[in-house]
Write a protein that binds this ligand. Sequence first.
Ligand SMILES: [Zn+2]
Length: 84
Amino acid sequence: MLSWFKRIIFTCNHCGATQKIPLRRIHFFEHFHELREGQPLLITCANCLQGLQIPSTYRTHTGHAVNVDPQMPPKNAVIHAHYC
Ligand SMILES: [Zn+2]
Protein backbone atom coordinates (compact mmCIF):
# COMPACT_ATOMS: atom_id res chain seq x y z
CA MET A 1 0.00 0.00 0.00
CA LEU A 2 1.49 3.26 -1.18
CA SER A 3 -0.45 5.32 1.36
CA TRP A 4 1.31 3.46 4.16
CA PHE A 5 4.47 5.42 3.35
CA LYS A 6 2.81 8.72 2.66
CA ARG A 7 3.79 11.66 4.84
CA ILE A 8 1.43 14.45 5.77
CA ILE A 9 2.78 17.96 6.16
CA PHE A 10 1.57 19.85 9.23
CA THR A 11 1.99 23.64 9.00
CA CYS A 12 1.66 26.04 11.93
CA ASN A 13 -0.99 28.71 11.36
CA HIS A 14 0.94 31.13 13.55
CA CYS A 15 4.67 30.84 12.79
CA GLY A 16 4.65 28.62 9.71
CA ALA A 17 6.78 25.86 11.20
CA THR A 18 6.25 22.55 9.46
CA GLN A 19 6.76 18.92 10.23
CA LYS A 20 6.04 15.76 8.29
CA ILE A 21 4.29 12.87 9.93
CA PRO A 22 3.79 9.46 8.35
CA LEU A 23 0.14 8.81 7.58
CA ARG A 24 0.33 5.47 9.35
CA ARG A 25 1.10 7.29 12.61
CA ILE A 26 -1.94 9.49 12.13
CA HIS A 27 -4.05 6.39 11.52
CA PHE A 28 -2.60 4.79 14.63
CA PHE A 29 -3.58 7.90 16.59
CA GLU A 30 -7.10 7.77 15.14
CA HIS A 31 -7.49 4.19 16.32
CA PHE A 32 -5.92 4.80 19.68
CA HIS A 33 -8.06 7.83 20.52
CA GLU A 34 -11.15 6.52 18.75
CA LEU A 35 -11.61 9.58 16.59
CA ARG A 36 -15.00 9.98 14.98
CA GLU A 37 -15.44 9.84 11.24
CA GLY A 38 -13.60 12.70 9.55
CA GLN A 39 -12.37 14.23 12.80
CA PRO A 40 -9.14 16.04 11.97
CA LEU A 41 -5.96 15.86 14.00
CA LEU A 42 -4.21 19.14 14.84
CA ILE A 43 -0.98 19.57 16.74
CA THR A 44 0.05 22.25 19.21
CA CYS A 45 3.06 23.99 17.68
CA ALA A 46 6.22 23.13 19.61
CA ASN A 47 8.05 25.98 17.90
CA CYS A 48 5.97 29.02 18.88
CA LEU A 49 3.64 27.38 21.45
CA GLN A 50 0.83 29.62 20.22
CA GLY A 51 -0.19 28.25 16.87
CA LEU A 52 -1.75 25.03 15.73
CA GLN A 53 -0.14 22.87 13.13
CA ILE A 54 -2.69 22.14 10.43
CA PRO A 55 -2.39 19.05 8.25
CA SER A 56 -2.40 19.01 4.50
CA THR A 57 -5.30 17.07 3.02
CA TYR A 58 -5.25 13.40 3.92
CA ARG A 59 -7.54 10.43 4.21
CA THR A 60 -8.37 8.86 7.53
CA HIS A 61 -8.12 5.11 8.06
CA THR A 62 -11.80 4.91 7.13
CA GLY A 63 -11.17 6.73 3.84
CA HIS A 64 -12.77 10.00 4.87
CA ALA A 65 -11.03 13.03 3.33
CA VAL A 66 -9.84 15.60 5.87
CA ASN A 67 -9.24 19.12 4.63
CA VAL A 68 -8.74 21.74 7.35
CA ASP A 69 -8.93 25.50 6.84
CA PRO A 70 -5.93 26.91 8.80
CA GLN A 71 -7.85 30.05 9.69
CA MET A 72 -10.92 28.20 10.91
CA PRO A 73 -9.98 24.85 12.42
CA PRO A 74 -13.13 22.81 13.05
CA LYS A 75 -14.38 22.66 16.61
CA ASN A 76 -14.46 18.89 16.60
CA ALA A 77 -10.74 18.68 15.83
CA VAL A 78 -8.57 16.67 18.20
CA ILE A 79 -5.54 18.63 19.38
CA HIS A 80 -2.41 16.68 20.04
CA ALA A 81 0.10 18.42 22.29
CA HIS A 82 3.71 18.66 21.18
CA TYR A 83 4.06 15.78 18.83
CA CYS A 84 7.63 14.99 17.98
ZN1 LIG B 1 4.12 27.85 15.43
